[in-house]
Design a protein around this ligand. Structure first.
Ligand code: MN
Length: 203
């Protein structure tokens, strides 16, 4: 039997991303929202275990959807915390494996940022913008994810993700999703994103 999923600690303090993301938002986002996805994933898997024990799969469709939603919610938030850092430590790349791949697949770092920002602004409802590595074509893709789990290219590995659910920015930015996206570029842990790319390329 595999172990239950657990909420990972943040790699920095709740106020470390200020002034771009505020402490109150981070506390709610990590301690309530992300925690709820972890609990929801464990609950769905537990109910599937019970269904197998009883041989009663009447709820298998609903439980499968819950596992995908909460499971993707947990994974996406875990990545989101890791690819951010305090603004003082954020340094955009001008060389290296990630920079080279971004230039190859998007033309320039600026062109990538523009496409990613536009993808983030236009996610319909709640969701994410995603920079992913697609292993069969060995290329980077910018994708949108609705909710946490919809619209992916299967098998692609998320490297950089931006949460544009209202819970991610509403306390500080109200309805100004565009301003939140613009400010978020100041708190990216580019070294971590490059590490994720190199790991994805090795698989
Ligand atoms: Mn979120």
């Amino acid at each position: 039997m595999s172990e239950e999923y657990t909420l990972p600690d943040l790699p920095y303090a709740y106020n470390a991303l200020e002034p771009y993301i505020d402490e109150a938002t981070m506390k709610l986002h990590h301690g309530k929202h992300h925690a709820a996805y972890v609990a929801g994933l464990n609950a769905a898997l537990k109910k599937l275990e019970e269904a197998r024990a009883k041989g009663d799969f009447a709820s298998v469709q609903a439980l499968s959807k819950l596992a995908a939603f909460h499971g993707s919610g947990h994974i996406m938030h875990s990545i989101f915390w890791e690819i951010m850092c305090p603004a003082a430590k954020s340094k955009a790349p001008s060389s290296g494996a990630l920079f080279d791949a971004l230039v190859r697949d998007f033309g320039s770092l600026d062109a990538f940022k523009k496409q990613f920002s536009e993808a983030a602004k236009t996610v319909e409802g709640s969701g994410w913008a995603v920079l992913a590595y697609e292993p069969s074509g060995k290329r980077l893709l910018v994708l949108q994810a609705e909710n946490h789990q919809k619209l992916t290219v299967q098998g692609s590995v998320p490297l950089l993700v931006l949460d544009v659910w209202e819970h991610a920015y509403y306390l500080l930015y109200k309805s100004d999703r565009a301003k939140y996206i613009e400010n978020w570029w100041n708190i990216l842990n580019w070294a971590e994103i490059e590490k994720r790319l190199i790991a994805a390329q090795r698989k």
